[in-house]
Design a protein around this ligand. Sequence first.
Ligand code: BV8
Length: 239
Amino acid sequence: MKIFKNIVILTGAGISAESGLSTFRSENGLWNNHRVEDVATIEAFKRNPAYVHDFYNDLKKEILQAKPNAAHLAITQFQKEYPAEIAVITQNVDLLHEKAGNSNVYHIHGQIDQAVCLNCGQTVGASGDIDTETVCPNCGVIGMMKPNIVFFGENLLCMDKVDELLRRCDLFLSVGTSGVVFPAAAFVQTAKYHGAATYEFNMEPTSNNFYFDHHIMGPAGTTLPAFVEEMIRSLKSGD
Ligand code: BV8
C-alpha cells in the first residue's frame, strides 16, 4: 500500500452516532422533530433567539456527557503511529475528537461549548446555558450572545486552512457524513482534483459517493479502527 504524507479526515454526525448522539437526517434524527429553518438559520435566531437558545442549551447537555467511541480513538492511534500529517475537518459541534485525544481538529460548523458576541465578534467559552440575558464578557452588552455554531446561510469557519489542507492531501477519508450540506460535501471533489485517494466510510452509499474511489460500509466504530490497523500493519511490513 502506498505511504501517504498528508491525510485529511472529514467527519460528520455519523462518527458520533455510536457515542449515543443523534445524527441529523436519520429517521429519528435531530431535524425530524425540529424544522431546520426554525432552529439552524441566522434568520431563525434573529426572529426567535430564545427558541434557538433552548434547542442548543438542551443539545449541549446531551453532547457534553457523551464519550468518544472507537472511531475517534482510532484517529488518535493513526495520528500517533502513522508518519503523516493527519488533519481532522469536522462538521460536528461536539468535542469527541478532542476528548479522544485527536490533534489538528478544525470545527468548520463551530462548536457547542463556545458562544460568539454579535456585538463585538468575540468568541468565548460557554459550557453552560446561554440565553437572551447573557452578558458578553468582552464588551458587556446583554443579549447578543449566539451559540458558536455556523447556521445555514452563514460562512464556515477555518476555510483558509481547509483549502490548504485539501489542496495538499494525498489521502481523503470521509467518515459518517451524508454529503448533503455544502460546501463540506464538495471537499472530496477538491481533494480528488488534487490527486488524493478518496475513501467513504458510511452505513450506506451517500449522495456524493461518485467521487469516492473506495466505499467502506459499516459502523465507523468498527470500520475505521480496522482501516487504521491495516494502514499501520502495511507500513511496518512494507507490503
Ligand atoms: C454556506 C449547524 C456560504 C447546526 C449545520 C449549494 C452550494 C453551496 C451552498 C449551498 C448550496 N445549496 C444550499 C446551500 C446552503 C447550505 C446548504 O448546504 N444547504 C443544504 C441543506 C443544501 N449551506 C450553508 O448554508 C453553509 N454556509 O454555504 O456559506 C453562504 C453564505 C451565505 C449565503 C449562502 C451561502 C452552512 C452549512 C452549515 C450549516 N450548519 N449545522 C447544528 O449543527 O446544529 S449543518 C448540519 O449538517 C450539521 O453541521 C452536520 O454536521 C451537517 C452535515 O450533516 P451530517 O454530519 O452529514 O449528518 P447527517 O445526519 O446528515 O448524516 C449522518 C451520516 O452518518 C449518514 O450518512 C449516516 O448513514 C451515517 N451514519 C450513521 N451512523 C453511522 C454512520 N456512518 C458510520 N457509522 C455509523 N455508526
